[in-house]
Write a protein that binds this ligand. Structure first.
Ligand SMILES: CC(C)(COP(=O)(O)OP(=O)(O)OC[C@H]1O[C@@H](n2cnc3c(N)ncnc32)[C@H](O)[C@@H]1OP(=O)(O)O)[C@@H](O)C(=O)NCCC(=O)NCCS
Length: 332
């Protein structure tokens, strides 16, 4: 019997309508379009507005689009994994809210929290359920409403993040397409550089924690930058090396969109020209778990069956990793 691999058979995305431009940020904090553009590559990001709107309100339209595109009935989904750092609630899992909303009555689901590497970790995890032969249709979602944890008085962080997300369908493939290899890493000694100080079990919410603005993402940008440049480039180079791939063999780098300079450093190390690098950071900023599925969604029409893709990410914690996959279908 031929080996089962987990192939992406469809991709979808969703971004909210509201566009927060660098110009508008200039009215909120001491910053300017030139600084943001040259330091990060970001021009604008999307924000989910409205009372009672959470990450599931980004994920649900994405999953509905995915089901439509892949001709899948909601009850056919076996498993839905939602990578997110901004769940609708501490519990239940956002995956449960999504499955209920889309009518995936036969699916089990759970959330996976690995900050900006969340989608990558969830994709690797979901693929194992397919490779084992246990499940046939696994939906992997990456979505975040970062505006819910961003301090819009902190100019060093509020310029970076935005809201958005996407989803992919994983199905068994016996022709060798799909996920080939993954390298996933975590190092908790990186926690001090990117974390949220309060709201967890260590420091539950109190009036004092709110007044001290401790429910927002705290970041030491330069430390994260240094780590990210090395971490993302190292794993990307390593996964190429151990799969005997040169820059010429790789059709696309699909990098986490946190800072254009970090993406360029990674592409350089891999020996890739800029035109092989998926980029939408200028439009959406860093949507945390959302960046990689949003890239795949936007570039889907340019992907050909058999293309070698390297997905690479890093995030708070620290977490980082890379996935090598063979794209499984031509543009439809
Ligand atoms: C946050 C980040 C853009 C800051 O860029 P940087 O080049 O490292 O800038 P620095 O932090 O060294 O700050 C340089 C100066 O710009 C200032 N500055 C910071 N944010 C600014 C802003 N939005 N507008 C204008 N000036 C700003 C700083 O106060 C500092 O001023 P000083 O020299 O007078 O002290 C960058 O560090 C970064 O991208 N880090 C990685 C973040 C990331 O990827 N996070 C997501 C992880 S998944």
């Amino acid at each position: 019997m031929s080996k089962i691999t987990a192939a992406i058979t469809g991709v979808s995305g969703y971004v909210p309508d509201y566009v927060l431009t660098n110009k508008e940020l200039e009215t909120m904090v001491e910053t300017n379009d030139e600084w943001i553009t040259s330091r990060t590559g970001i021009k604008e990001r999307r924000i989910l507005k409205g009372e009672g709107q959470g990450t599931s309100h980004i994920a649900v339209p994405a999953v509905k689009e995915l089901l439509k595109k892949t001709n899948t009935k909601p009850e056919e989904i076996d498993l839905l994994i939602c990578a997110t750092t901004t769940p609708d609630m501490v519990f239940p899992a956002t995956a449960n809210l999504i499955t209920a909303e889309v009518g995936a009555v036969n699916a089990f689901g759970y959330d996976l929290q690995a900050a900006c590497s969340g989608f990558l970790f969830a994709l690797a995890t979901g693929s194992k359920f397919i490779e084992s032969g246990q499940y046939k249709k696994v939906v992997v979602v990456g979505a975040d409403k970062m505006s819910s944890i961003v301090d819009y008085t902190d100019r060093a962080t509020c310029i970076i993040f935005g809201d958005g997300g996407g989803a992919v369908m994983l199905e068994p493939n016996t022709e060798g397409f799909g996920i080939q290899d993954s390298i996933l890493k975590s190092d908790g000694t990186g926690a001090p550089f990117l974390h949220m100080k309060a709201g967890g079990s260590r420091k539950p919410a109190t009036i004092e924690t709110v007044q001290a603005r401790e429910h927002y993402a705290f970041q030491e940008g330069q430390q994260v930058f240094k780590f990210a440049v090395k971490g993302m480039a190292d794993v990307s180079a390593e996964i190429m090396e151990r799969n005997h791939l040169t820059g010429e063999d790789v059709a696309w780098l699909v990098p986490h969109q946190a800072n254009k300079r970090i993406i360029e450093a990674t592409a350089n190390r891999m020996g890739l020209d800029n035109e092989k690098v998926m980029l939408n950071i200028h439009k959406y900023g860093n949507t945390t778990s959302g960046t990689i599925p949003l890239c795949l969604w936007e570039y889907e029409n340019q992907l050909k069956k058999g293309d070698n893709l390297i997905l690479a990410a890093f995030g708070g914690g620290f977490t980082w990793g890379a996935i090598y996959l063979k794209w499984a279908y031509d543009p439809k």
